[in-house]
Design a binder for this molecule. Structure first.
Ligand code: URA
Length: 267
């Protein structure tokens, strides 16, 4: 007799991960069977994106009236959201439709950080609303999480970077630096148990690493962003182009879940 798959199995299936290993007691195994992920010593990681770069990005403010990084560091949620909505710290403000602050529980235990809004997000003011967002939602479901409930989703930049060809592009390091104080403040207010960096831009910006570092080099380790554990995985948009790497991503998410479960610094 075949049993009906539970919701988690369905979402893992949609992520392209399966079969789910089930213990004899009926519980799920949170380690992907194929995973190459091993816990390694934590990397030494700077607490914030290089402060000198943030300072220079501040000076590049088009209006000269944008709040400084230290002003942002003292903001509450209301002030922070208002500052982002009015932000003119970099040129992306000129072409945006809406800023995309981020979404989710303000005390979420999980923070997922992407690159920056694309066309759909720019129109709706909400992160990850396109096909990559659907995959991210499936990833969250497979972890037992849900957008807006126990997970918060943010981006490195809050305005859509548009290439000369009119298509989405990654933010430049200067754009990322200009926006970083906002994300730093979000992180400080949320105090998540684990940060998951989705893709190269998020990982490099949050870890302050040089652009030659690949996601492959960063996966499989627990990094630190300040005192918070940070796990790197592939960006959902990349996974849509390369579905074969979804299983590796599940391994990364298992690492994040194990880290969350065992992190001694978590309150
Ligand atoms: N890609 C991202 O990195 N962030 C979004 O919000 C949407 C797509």
């Amino acid at each position: 007799m075949t049993s009906t798959p539970d919701r988690r199995t369905i979402f893992l299936d949609e992520m392209g991960v399966g079969p789910v290993w089930t213990r004899r007691d009926g519980s799920h195994q949170d380690t992907a069977p194929e995973t190459s992920v091993e816990k390694q010593p934590e990397a030494a990681v700077p607490s914030a994106a290089a402060p000198s770069r943030i300072a220079s990005a501040d000076m590049a403010s088009p209006s000269g009236t944008a709040p400084s990084a230290s002003e942002i560091a003292g903001m509450d949620w209301v002030q922070l959201k208002a500052a982002v909505a009015d932000c003119v710290k970099c040129g992306l403000c000129k072409t945006r439709t809406k800023t995309v602050f981020g979404t989710g529980d303000e005390k979420a235990k999980w923070l997922f950080v992407g690159e920056g809004p694309g066309r759909n997000e720019d129109l709706q003011g909400e992160p990850f609303v396109g096909p990559a967002g659907k995959l991210l939602d499936n990833m969250l479901q497979a972890m037992g999480l849900k957008r807006g409930r126990n997970a918060n989703i943010a981006n490195i930049v809050k305005c859509r970077p548009i290439g000369a060809d009119g298509r989405d592009r990654p933010p430049t390091p200067e754009e990322a630096d200009a926006c970083m104080p906002y994300l730093q403040r979000q992180i400080a207010l949320i105090q998540p148990g684990v940060i998951v960096a989705l893709g190269k831009t998020a990982a490099l910006s949050l870890l302050g690493l040089d652009p030659d570092t690949s996601v492959g080099q960063l996966r499989g380790k627990v990094h630190r962003h300040g005192d918070l554990p940070l796990v790197v995985t592939y960006h959902p948009a990349y996974l849509l182009r390369k579905p074969a790497d979804k299983a590796k991503t599940w391994g990364d998410l298992c690492l994040a879940m194990n880290t969350y479960a065992h992190d001694d610094n978590r309150q």
